[in-house]
Design a protein around this ligand. Structure first.
Ligand code: PLP
Length: 406
């Protein structure tokens, strides 16, 4: 059962006051708050079990290694992956996608080869592909959503030609909340011998993800949005793709042997994890994933769907407010502009005075801002610990904005 009061009590920061008002944290799309179990696990590691991983033969190193490697199995379970060796630890989605761009795509793609991506992508799923455009003449083909922000899979597949090598697509937009049917895209792409990379940064936080079913070649997640520490993350890479990849960063742990004249590499996934990793970060992410699986991703999805519907109905009543993205089944993310000259930064500042934390800016989504014709919407992004009362607080703070700025 989903007990919102119990969940809220698990997050110490939610007790905080901001500007004399109870914190209403609606910026989880940028980074989620951490439950006490995660905070305690990190502290416990440093107080009792900390040492470097993989190299020591002493007790602490063995305990730290066991906890650290235990996270790999948890990520696999969380994502519905059978083989935990297909999970590569990263510092987050940004590193995961850069890994694929550098280690898999760059050595394989020729000038004129095409990558299909949507204009809804986060810069993390754009810039690594621009590198290939700049350096080796790869062509980026952009797909636009429908006016309501929906992105039917057929639209993505229509952009595929015989030059397409990769479809790089988000599972959920961090601005519009649109969910994309990546399963249909990945299966159709595979049938044509095209690889798919899915940016799961947002989607994996808000509902169950089954990668066996989705069937993408690469699926990236980021730990800090999953209620884990910043600097944690992972990417799932299918074995066949791993076998095609050159190493990424060079250093300790990713090697087998090193001499003056030669180097041989560790086997995947270690081949892609150089140097001392984020030990506490990844262990903390593992605890966060246990916490989420304990609550149940279906339960989280149902709670957030209620928040989305409730908030959407309230926002609809504000005729001076423009909400970007109304795709059916979207996540509980609302990007907004006020009619008239009000700047979203002012909205965010006024909301903050009421204790309501939202983000305003381009949300690392330049092509989407261009497509929407806005520069910096204010974004309220809900998480499992939010409530209908907090949606009401948002609406009343927006009404204040309209009085002051409208
Ligand atoms: N992709 C999406 C959709 C995101 O929302 C974000 C973070 O805002 C990222 C990628 C980048 O994640 P990170 O900064 O944790 O690497």
């Amino acid at each position: 059962m989903f007990d919102i009061e119990k969940i809220r009590a698990d997050f110490p920061i939610l007790q905080r006051q901001i500007n004399g008002k109870p914190l209403v944290y609606l910026d989880s799309g940028a980074s989620a708050q951490k439950p006490r179990v995660v905070i305690d696990a990190v502290r416990d590691l440093y107080e009792n079990d900390y040492a470097n991983v993989h190299r020591g033969l002493h007790t602490l190193s063995n305990i730290a290694t066991e906890k650290y490697e235990g996270t790999r199995a948890k990520v696999a379970r969380f994502l519905g992956v059978k083989d935990e060796e297909e999970i590569v630890f990263t510092t987050g989605t940004t590193e995961g996608i850069n890994l694929v761009s550098y280690a898999w795509a760059a050595p394989r793609f020729q000038p004129g080869d095409e990558i299909v991506l949507s204009v809804m992508e986060h810069h993390a799923n754009i810039v690594p592909w621009h590198f290939l455009r700049e350096r080796q003449g790869v062509v980026l083909k952009w797909v636009e959503p429908d006016v309501d922000g929906s992105l039917p899979p057929e639209k993505v597949l229509e952009a595929v030609t015989d030059k397409t090598r990769l479809i790089a697509i988000t599972h959920m937009s961090n601005v519009l909340g649109t969910k994309v049917d990546v399963r249909t895209i990945a299966h159709a792409a595979r049938a044509k011998g095209i690889a798919t990379l899915v940016d799961g940064s947002q989607a994996a936080v808000h509902g169950p993800v089954d990668l066996e079913e989705i069937g993408a070649d690469f699926y990236a997640i980021t730990g800090h949005k999953l209620y884990g520490p910043s600097g944690s993350g992972a990417i799932h890479i299918r074995r066949e793709r791993m076998a095609e990849m050159r190493p990424f960063l060079g250093g300790g742990d990713m090697i087998d042997t090193v001499t003056r004249d030669a180097v041989t590499y560790n086997k995947p996934p270690m081949k892609f994890e150089a140097g001392t990793p984020g030990i506490a970060q990844q262990i903390g992410m593992g605890v966060a994933l246990d916490y989420l699986m304990g609550i149940g991703m279906d339960n989280i999805a149902a709670h957030e769907a209620d928040l989305r519907d409730y908030t959407a109905s309230k926002l609809q009543g504000l005729n001076w407010l423009n909400v970007q993205g109304t795709a059916p089944g979207k996540g509980a993310i609302f990007s907004m502009t006020l009619g008239g000259p009000a700047h979203p930064h002012d909205i965010s500042t006024i909301l903050d005075k009421r204790g309501v934390a939202v983000r305003a800016g381009h949300h690392c989504a330049g092509p989407l801002m261009e497509w929407l014709g806005v520069s910096a919407p204010a974004r309220a992004s809900f998480a499992m610990y939010n409530t209908r009362a907090e949606a009401d607080a948002l609406v009343s703070a927006l009404e204040l904005c309209n009085e002051l700025l409208g």
